[in-house]
Design a protein around this ligand. Structure first.
Ligand SMILES: [Ca+2]
Length: 307
């Protein structure tokens, strides 16, 4: 079977490393590189942690690129510091030097080049804001035809967002963070013809990271990957945490676990609902992951990380 070409763009949260770790276990895809967008992280730590994870999983031929785009509304510092913690985990610091290449060009330039050079259209797996792809599309609009589809963790359709009113004063709580960081770029991508399959909060709210599951990762007694996954999740277990990026990424491996629903939507780019993905009749058609077979998903990630 021919492998699906995939380019990943993540934004350096704990969840993004776990999504990367899942993606690297998938045998039916060919990963063309990983771009790190400087959103839910401190970028140097996030790039470094990503390269160390690739080294640990023995895929050092895959390159990493640092996007230099900027957002509008920064992620809270408390979220961003997780990138620094992950980068310092002992398990990721057993060798003297990092082998995985950090390319010299920016993440947005890398994205343009990889898409231009790809022999066939590429699936973009995006687990952060859409700013890097929006910038790449502005730089080289012709790459649109080289994008097979975008699978994206983002948005909240018929549930409240996760940009809390108590943290972001003046907002109405309807926005999801990956949109809110830069709603203008999300709206830019909404203007394209690219197929978008999103994994919104509507679905992720139903798929929590439970203490039981994290402990199962330990009981599997697999080193180093299951152990590293468990350590990453242990970091976030005191807060309400869901399988956001990981749930979106698992779609690539097993789309049959999911049911999609089509919606007509628009991105709100200003005002109190800035960053909202609003369902409106006549809006831009997207597919949202609507249901997932939770047991199959939980079993799948445990199995993939049992190494
Ligand atoms: Ca993310």
């Amino acid at each position: 079977m021919k492998k699906q070409l995939v380019l990943m763009d993540h934004d350096g949260g704990v969840d993004d490393y776990l999504a990367t770790m899942l993606l690297l276990t998938m045998e039916d895809i060919e990963l063309l590189g990983i771009v790190v967008t400087p959103a839910d992280c401190y970028i140097q730590s996030a790039v470094s942690a990503t390269r160390k994870i690739i080294d640990l999983m023995k895929f050092s031929h895959i390159s990493v690129a640092e996007s230099t785009v900027r957002g509008i509304n920064p992620f809270p510092r408390l979220y961003r510091r997780d990138s620094m913690i992950v980068d310092h985990l002992p398990i990721l610091n057993q060798q003297e030097n990092i082998i995985t290449t950090l390319v010299a060009e920016t993440g947005q330039d890398f994205m343009v080049r990889v898409l231009q050079e790809a022999p066939e259209p590429v699936t973009l797996m995006i687990t952060g804001p859409l700013t890097t792809i929006a910038t790449a599309l502005d730089q080289a609009p012709e790459i649109e035809t080289k994008i097979e589809k975008i699978i994206w963790m983002g948005g909240a359709l018929n549930v409240p967002g996760n940009v809390e009113k108590s943290i972001e004063l003046g907002q109405d709580g309807s926005a999801e963070w990956n949109v809110y960081w830069d709603a203008i770029s999300a709206a830019r991508v909404w203007k394209t013809q690219i197929e978008i399959i999103m994994c919104p909060l509507d679905l992720t709210n139903n798929v929590p990271v439970t203490s039981e599951l994290v402990q199962k990762m330990g009981k599997q007694r697999h080193y180093p990957i299951s152990d590293l996954a468990g350590q990453c999740y242990a970091l976030v277990i005191p807060q309400d945490y869901y399988f956001w990026d990981v749930l979106a990424t698992a779609y690539l491996g097993h789309p049959e676990f999911y049911q999609l629903q089509e919606w007509e939507t628009e991105i709100v780019t200003s005002g109190v609902s800035q960053g909202r993905t609003k369902v409106v009749s006549g809006g831009r058609k997207i597919y949202a992951m609507d249901q997932v077979d939770k047991k199959a998903f939980y079993d799948y990630i445990l199995q993939q990380w049992a190494r």
